[in-house]
Write a protein that binds this ligand. Structure first.
Ligand code: ADE
Length: 227
């Protein structure tokens, strides 16, 4: 998979993509991520990419021209399956969307800043709008990093048996069961006996039960809909 990211703050994306699974995915050649500074397509020598909004009001808006030039130049090099704008008014990211996007070849993410991007870009170029939750961040960079991680770790070969996504929360519409490691007794708090039994079938049943209980308790909404 190849992901291009358009941003005015490329530095914000550096570290999250250079560690752990995202590092591994890129080293294995399963994922390439290219971060592009939008100022490369600025409208003037001062690097301008935003302007005051029509109708008045506080806050700048990211201009059409730099975004269109960037999108068209990048689109000439590859055919994007989706052009995704990270925005608080997009559809809320969930595991299903991450799974769907992980099957694509080429994605372009646009990180908004200030008041956001000119609406005409959303109408004419953006194919999908994603929010990472009902709260407002200063820009789309951290959401873009979240989306790269959520999607990138699902690419075949990124995770191994030990880190398999199959046992993640949400993957089967259930939260993951509790987990324990050494020591078996910490301050008198014991690991459940069943996990020490060596009976793998029983352990799997217990884990499933715990998943269901945990989901009922913490996220009953996951059990009643088709989500
Ligand atoms: N940009 C600012 N806030 C955001 C959010 N919650 N999700 C996606 N993009 C954003």
């Amino acid at each position: 998979m190849h992901i291009d990211i358009l941003t005015v703050l490329p530095e914000l994306l550096e570290s999250p993509l250079q560690h752990s699974m995202m590092k591994r995915a890129q080293e294995k050649g399963l994922l390439t991520v290219q971060v592009h500074h939008l100022r490369k397509w600025a409208v003037n020598e001062y690097g301008q990419v935003d302007d005051y909004q029509y109708g008045g009001g506080a806050g700048m808006v990211m201009m059409c021209e730099p975004l269109v030039k960037a999108i068209e130049e990048l689109s000439a090099g590859r055919k994007f399956d989706e052009i995704i704008y990270l925005t608080p008014d997009g559809e809320t990211l969930n595991q299903k969307t991450a799974n769907t996007l992980s099957l694509k070849e080429n994605l372009l993410f646009i990180c908004g800043h200030y008041k956001g991007i000119d609406e005409r870009i959303r109408e004419h170029f953006v194919t999908k709008e994603i929010s990472i939750g009902d709260y407002v961040l200063s820009g789309g960079e951290l959401p873009a990093a979240v989306l790269v991680d959520a999607v990138g770790r699902l690419l075949p070969g990124v995770l191994n048996d030990e880190t398999s996504a199959l046992t993640d929360s949400f993957q089967d519409n259930l939260l993951a069961p509790p987990v324990y490691t050494r020591p078996e007794n910490f301050r008198g708090w014991k690991v459940p006996d069943i996990l020490m039994s060596g009976d793998h079938k029983k352990i799997e049943e217990w884990r499933h039960e715990q998943s269901v209980l945990r989901t009922k308790e913490k996220r009953p909404d996951m059990l009643d809909g088709d989500e």
